[in-house]
Ligand binder design. Sequence first.
Ligand code: COI
Length: 350
Amino acid sequence: MASISQQNQAECREKAEYANVNWDELGFALTKTDYMYIMNFTLADDKFSQGNIIPFGNIQACPSSGILNYGQGLFEGLKAYRKEDEGILLFRPEENALRMKMGADRMCMPSPTVEQFIDAVKRTAVANKRWVPPHGKGSLYIRPLLMGTGQNLGLKPASEYTFLVYASPVGNYHKGELNFLVEDKVHRATPGGTGGVKAVTNYSPVYKPLTQAKAKGFSDVLFLDALTGSNIEEGSACNIFILKGNVISTPAADGTILPGITRKSIMELASGFGYQVEERVVPIKEVFDAEEVFCTGTAMVLKSVASITYQGKRIEYKSGAETVAQKLHATLTGIQSGAKEDKLGWTMAI
Ligand code: COI
């Protein structure tokens, strides 16, 4: 592994303006970039050490670490966009920092401060600047991880933690239409569980229903609440909204719903456009007469749902141009990429 002085020199080294990537072919898959950020916490010091940018690469972990044995870990996702004038913008990084703090509390982990989190994200984006796609061609997806890395055979919080940030250029999360199958047997989250935080353990349990739905030709699953099985919750990696008349509704983030930052931003934009935005219980039956359905997420951004199938019945929705979803998408991505004025102060230039 490189020494700290080599690492810091590497951080400052001049780089080619753009990496050699076919920017038109980007999907949502890992493209290894040049650098990542790492910062450690030990119980003995009771604080995170000085973080460093180091070359991107594999990390070592004790076989008995908390993350490998008991899934003591959280992740975040945020994006850096290149403006038309080549400047780079982060979108609402303090929101991710605050969400990680909330999740860390639930998972009994220490968390970087908001300042440490933002500094790490900025340094990762700057060090990998040549991997930020050209304006309009995608974004640099930044993935902060917080992991229990201390050894731990017994069931208790780890004594050491690692905060690591890596990044990859990405394009669309979903290509093509979004056709949901409502999953009425497997649940993503339960009251009192961890559905409301970005615990790593929330994600792989969706693989089975998602794989089964994909095998039947659907692109995603829509989960229902675990208590009654009659209210919609979210997709495998996105929040959901329904539109009827002037009302836009989304399931309330009351512990089983991931409080998405795109979700929050869209609620604010939609209110600004004069829609009545409601966070509440959304019964599955309301999906039958919605005019539009769309989903949001950092990876997904905002995408219209073309259809939802529930107990054999398929409902189709308006999508594409002239939809409210399209208007919200254009406004959000315009702000994110610097093409539209950021009146709400959501972007951070780096
Ligand atoms: C994101 O939208 O950033 C997510 O965390 C979804 C992820 C599962 C790709």
